[in-house]
Every structure is written in structure tokens, then in C-alpha cells.
Write a protein that binds this ligand. Sequence first.
Ligand SMILES: [Ca+2]
Ligand SMILES: [Ca+2]
Ligand SMILES: [Ca+2]
Length: 206
Amino acid sequence: MALISVFRLFFYMTLFGFRVFGGCVEAASDGSFCTRYFRDGKWITKGNCEGGTTIDDAVANLRKLAAEEEKVVSTCPGVTCLRAWKNWNGKRYYFSTEGASWLNAQENCRSVQANLVTIDDDTENSYVHSNTIPNNTWIGLSDRVTERSFEWIDGTPLSYTNWNEPSNEPNDSMGGEDCVEIWSFVTWNDINCNDTRQYVCEKDHE
Ligand SMILES: [Ca+2]
Ligand SMILES: [Ca+2]
Ligand SMILES: [Ca+2]
């Protein structure tokens, strides 16, 4: 029986330990499900895609594979997929390879029960920076609600900042900069929220 994709194929692949790995759940035309994953350069199908496999079984397969790969399975809009998370200092971090506006980036983080990253101190700033260079990257700080009153998206009180002082950031250039990026040279800048940047999600361990 031909395999059809009911879910939009929305899998994430990452270079992790020199291996590209990704996964998703697909639906067969008879309504059963199977797990598909990408490892060592090829797609592999696990489970019965031609009858008998429930979506719960397929998701369980993905979770098992994810555990083997030290990754977690998350639910994305309309599809179950796999994203690569890194563990650091008691939290989990997702470093996107795709770009998005600040709001869409936060929406993507929310879809996997996370928020854009909150940076609490120099140590965390260094960790985020070391994983995002050479790209400028969204963090979860903005003054979208009240100009000049920067707030973390997860409600954490603002105690640490790392603004780029030589260019007088945050400068709200042209009156239109309300979202914050970490620059490739480690300091922060406010910029237009509609610009496209890679982003970092952070969440607690599950
Ligand atoms: Ca944090
Ligand atoms: Ca502003
Ligand atoms: Ca600026």
C-alpha cells in the first residue's frame, strides 16, 4: 500500500557528532502510522506503515530513537517531529538553524513548550554565544510592550544585560527597534522585530 504523508513532512536535521539525524511520524493511506528517521545519510522506516501501527506506537518509536540519540521528541504544529536539544547547567537549549521574525521564533519555541532564551548571567551569555557564532541570533528580550522597558519573554526579572556600549545599544534606531539579538561579537543590540534571525529556545528539563 502506498505511503502517503498526512502530516506535512516537517523534520529537523542537525549536525550532531558529525551525524545528521532527524525524524517524523508518517501516516499510511490505511490510517496506520510509522516512524521515519534519517541517519547516516539515508531515510529508514521503522514500524508497520501498512496496517496495525497506531500513532502512539509510532511516537513511542521516535521517543526511543531520540533517547538513543540523546535527543527529545517534541510536538510541532500539525506534526510530530524531532528537534535536537542540548543540555547545559540544568536547562535544555535549542539552537535553530532556520531564521524567523522575533515573534515567529517565539511561536516556534512555544510549540515545543519552551520560550526564547532568557540570559541570566555572563556564563549563560557565553554558552549561548559559543553556540550561535557566527550568526546574530534572537534572544527572549524586548521592549515591545513599553518603550525602553525591556522584559524577558518568560517573565524573569531583568537583572543582567550585555548591551553593546560602543554603539550605544539599545538605541531604538529610527524608533523601530524593540527586539534583542546577541551579536556574533557577544554583546546585545535592539533591532526591528520583523528582521529574520536564527534563535535560541530554552526550557526546563521534562
Ligand atoms: Ca536562561
Ligand atoms: Ca525599542
Ligand atoms: Ca539597535
